[in-house]
Ligand binder design. Structure first.
Ligand code: SF4
Length: 412
């Protein structure tokens, strides 16, 4: 069964990120239960925030899925039961789980909530997927390790939704099956505390297994150091139509721990791509690639999806524009005829150049003429402060929750 409507699913590491993800066009968000999801070190997440988030998302007629996707030990079970009972009351649209214990407990303590099987469960074959579908699972979140050709086989054999990651970090291990961080730092990836040990800079020149004399595993260096195991990041935007044709219903962005500048830019970009896909007029915009390259990444890859890249790739719009060197400046709170109130996320000075992250406005550079509150003029606006920016020209189409970026340089 193929679909021509697709879900854009974004990470929501806290309430602000949730608001930003929905504002920039996500159809659904996923959020963790503290201590029981693979982003366990979320300091500003608790069950009250989760409840508020679910209410907020439902008011917008969008969806929210809650993750309980650790591999629990015996000591974790009481907390899982407690949280499942709570979820049964506050009713997210689904629970994302990976361990059969959570499945069993959810059936008992949260029977009205649909279940999605997490990518951490590594569903890599159709028989495994059918096993879960037969148990009533509404969605399979595909293992990152499957190819598009394999996804077609899943689609032909299943009726449930298929969700696939399209953007974000990749592990060098099978997702969720890595002990590197726990071994090296006592911080477990299974508890959402991965220190990304695979991406550290290691001072070695070759790897050698001790019994294999003369056989060296080459270690490549660049001017930033030596990276033994670091994977590139996933970015499949140019090939979204292939995933869509294979039968994926939901396109998922990784990164609950990433900041709002990244989240806004990536969600907005994939929203535009999916909109074109749904209209049947998909063309890769150079602007998308520039936006996705604004954020630090280890180089992009299409992961396991394609094997070799298609020879011709996809048609690009070929429009070149200035590349801006930008950083997060703040978030719009309120718009008035003569200026815009913002919550600053960095220092902003009069004479700074800014842009708004909104379709059609990304290239328009505004000069900050004055910063003021209701009773004083400010020389600088600091992180966490709210004030009004008076700009050098009229602004149109700006809305609360739009991201403001500071322009450091315009790179030709
Ligand atoms: S150390 Fe690397 S491979 Fe292992 S869980 Fe963390 S990010 Fe993934």
């Amino acid at each position: 069964m193929k679909h021509n409507k697709y879900e854009l699913l974004a990470p929501a590491g806290n309430f602000e990120k949730l608001q930003i993800a929905l504002h920039y066009g996500a159809d659904a968000v996923y959020m963790g239960v503290p201590e029981l999801s693979l982003r366990g070190n979320m300091k500003d997440m608790n069950l009250d925030v989760l409840k508020t988030s679910i209410e907020y998302v439902k008011k917008q007629n969008k969806k929210i899925y809650v993750t309980i996707n650790i591999f629990p030990h015996n000591k974790d079970i009481p907390l899982i039961i407690e949280n499942l009972k709570f979820l049964e009351e506050i009713k997210p649209h689904a629970i994302i789980f990976s361990d059969p214990a959570v499945y069993k407990l959810a059936k008992k303590y949260a029977p009205s909530i649909p279940l999605h099987i997490s990518t951490q469960a590594n569903v890599t074959n159709v028989e495994s997927a059918k096993f879960w579908e037969d148990l009533g699972i509404e969605r399979i979140i595909l293992a990152r390790e499957v190819s598009i050709e394999e996804i077609k086989e899943f689609r032909n054999a299943l009726n449930c939704d298929l969700e696939a990651f399209v953007h974000g970090s990749l592990c060098i291990a099978y997702s969720g099956k890595c002990y590197l961080s726990a071994y090296m730092t006592n911080r477990s990836a299974n508890k959402g505390e991965c220190t990304n040990s695979c991406r550290w800079k290691y001072s070695v020149y070759y790897l050698k297994e001790e019994t294999r004399d003369g056989q060296f595993f080459p270690v490549f260096e660049d001017d930033r150091g030596t990276y033994v195991m670091s994977s590139k990041d996933l970015c499949i935007i140019e090939y979204l139509p292939l995933l869509a044709d294979a039968g994926v219903n939901s396109f998922k962005i990784e990164g609950r721990m990433k900041g709002i500048n990244y989240l806004a830019g990536v969600v907005k970009t994939y929203r535009e791509a999916i909109d074109l896909l749904e209209k049947g007029s998909f063309i890769v915009k150079e602007q998308w690639l520039r936006e996705l390259n604004l954020f630090s990444n280890r180089g992009y890859t299409t992961g396991m999806y394609l094997g070799e890249h298609p020879v011709n790739g996809y048609q690009h719009d070929g429009k070149s524009r200035n590349q801006l060197d930008i950083s997060l400046g703040g978030v719009v709170q309120q718009v008035e005829s003569d200026g815009v109130w913002i919550l600053a996320r960095d220092k902003i000075y009069p004479k700074d150049s800014i842009i708004f992250l909104r379709e059609g406005l990304e290239e328009e550079i505004y000069l900050v003429k004055e910063i003021r509150t209701s009773n004083k003029i400010m020389n600088v606006l600091k992180n966490g402060e709210i004030a009004k920016l008076i700009l050098d020209k009229e602004i149109k189409n700006i809305q609360p929750l739009d991201i403001i970026r500071k322009v450091k340089t315009v790179l030709k």
